[in-house]
Design a protein around this ligand. Structure first.
Ligand code: S3P
Length: 173
């Protein structure tokens, strides 16, 4: 079964757009970050500080493998912003569904993540966070470009973004 997999940088709206898509399609919505937190029994910040980022990345692959083992119904899967980094995650992501990358300008992302908790990569002073957003976006540009298609979320509501995604998805793109 082919579902919809949302990838993209932190603050591009993967979770909120995923919920909107799932509700319109009457599909289940899953979020890899939430699945990791449940399986590990601790927050993402705790995983990063106690086990390290490589352990978190291994958990992301582990969750994709679990989802693959039960890939019988169409679902919307929202992923963590760094899931695109491991090359071996890509065949899993593509098997789980159409991979759609949500994007946004760095300053829009900065505004959106200002109050968001549990993002260890964006901890620090406002200036540090700003610098890290620009740096990570640049480093990950190529990885996000591997998605089947992408959708810009600047100044658009989740409902508008879902409209656009569903129109393209239903046309078989
Ligand atoms: C990360 C993004 C986060 C979460 C973790 C690492 C990243 O998810 O997986 O903090 O490397 O971009 P969101 O994109 O849902 O914030």
């Amino acid at each position: 079964m082919r579902g919809i997999v949302l990838v993209g940088f932190m603050g591009t709206g993967k979770t909120v757009v995923g919920r909107e898509l799932a509700s319109r399609l009457h599909w289940e919505m899953l979020d890899t970050d939430e699945l990791i937190v449940t399986r590990a029994g601790k927050s993402i910040s705790c995983i990063f500080s106690e086990d390290g980022e490589p352990a978190f990345r291994a958990m992301e692959t582990g969750v994709l493998e679990v989802l693959m083992a039960d890939n019988t119904a169409s679902r919307v899967i929202a992923t963590g912003g760094g899931i695109v980094l491991a090359e071996n995650n890509w065949s899993l992501l593509r098997t789980l569904g159409r991979v759609i990358c949500l994007s946004a300008d760095p300053e829009v992302i900065r505004q959106r993540v200002r109050t968001a908790p549990d993002r260890p990569l964006l901890a620090g002073t406002p200036e540090e966070v700003r610098g890290r957003i620009y740096k990570l976006l640049q480093e990950r540009q190529e990885a996000y470009a591997k998605a089947d298609w992408s959708c810009n979320t600047n100044q658009r509501t989740p409902a508008e973004i879902a409209d656009q995604i569903l129109a393209r998805f239903k046309s078989g793109e």
